[in-house]
Design a protein around this ligand. Structure first.
Ligand code: CA
Ligand code: CA
Ligand code: CA
Length: 307
């Protein structure tokens, strides 16, 4: 006869505290190894950022559901056909500051050439609302004594509701993009010169090959819709080249600014209990580290004049 008796399970708050402390220690250890990991938290939302990785933003969770595979930024200086695009994360990071639980500023330097500064902001909705907004502002400052031709790219692989193969993407106007699946709508607003909708990994191949590339389309060509079957991605391109009808080159000391705003609405929200613990722990970490600042010494000084 089996006499093994099981005691009834009881919730122990001390266990939750120990778990939180363990996660906090892991988080700090990872940072101490030199990885630049940041977690932005607001309302029902969480944005994971690694400033030292190509996929700089790699998780956007709304009410516990993950929607973002990769958000990366790329650049190309000049118009030499043999100069390829380069991922921004390969530049030196001279400063990165989590200015609040939901905001991050990171500054990348190409010494003697340009400073590229990105501000991330996350604004979550109420728990259970399925709504979230996220935005970026990117500033490029010319550190040379000559006008600079500069191309900036942003690559985005959203996999709405963690299901990449049922998403459709299309542009609704020159400055508005939609991506949707049966349960979620995403809208991006921006002001760009070129864009590209394609299946993963085609556009990424264009950004990583050894030659200069341009995204395939400008309004209204290539505006979609592009959908199943396939994992859809999209990318944006800003050209500061000074030719007729384009943005001007960036003058010496001048700062060019671009921005993008995104909003996401889920129409099927998971049970609150499944995501409350992870958001609570992320909030605890953000509370312990309200202002995490890394400062770096510049090898040279420069004057920045913002228009
Ligand atoms: Ca995708
Ligand atoms: Ca999906
Ligand atoms: Ca290329």
């Amino acid at each position: 006869m089996n006499t093994c008796l099981k005691r009834p399970l009881r919730f122990d708050p001390r266990l939750l505290n120990r778990l939180s402390c363990m996660l906090l220690v892991c988080f700090l250890s990872e940072t101490a190894r030199g990885q630049s990991l940041f977690t932005l938290v607001d309302g029902n939302s969480l944005l994971e950022i690694n400033t030292g990785a190509q996929a700089t933003a790699y998780q956007w969770k709304v009410d516990g559901k993950q929607h973002l595979e990769e958000l990366s930024n790329w650049y190309r200086v000049g118009n030499n056909p043999s100069t390829p695009e380069t991922s921004v994360h390969t530049l030196a990071i001279i400063s990165e500051t989590q200015t609040g639980p939901n905001t991050l500023n990171v500054q990348y330097l190409s010494a003697g050439q340009f400073l590229l500064e990105i501000d991330f902001a996350l604004f979550g909705g109420a728990p259970g609302s399925g709504f979230s907004t996220m935005g970026e502002t990117i500033q490029i400052t010319n550190l040379t004594s000559l006008p600079m031709s500069f191309h900036l790219f942003e690559y985005v692989d959203l996999d709405l509701d963690e299901t990449p193969l049922d998403d459709t993407v299309w542009l609704t106007s020159p400055n508005s993009l939609m991506q949707a699946d049966p349960f979620t709508d995403f809208q991006g607003t921006f002001d760009v010169d070129r864009y590209e909708l394609d299946y993963q990994p085609n556009t990424l191949g264009k950004l990583t090959d050894p030659v200069a590339s341009a995204l395939s389309d400008s309004w209204p060509t290539g505006a979609g819709p592009l959908g199943p079957p396939g994992d859809v991605t999209w990318a944006l391109q800003w050209d500061f080249v000074g030719s007729i009808g384009a943005r001007p080159q960036i003058s010496p000391g001048q700062t060019a600014i671009v921005s993008k705003e995104c909003q996401l609405q889920m129409y099927f929200v998971p049970e609150p209990g499944t995501c409350a613990l992870s958001l609570w722990i992320a909030g605890l970490i953000a509370h312990f580290i309200p202002r995490r600042v890394k400062s770096y010494t510049l090898g040279r000084s420069w004057a920045v004049h913002r228009n």
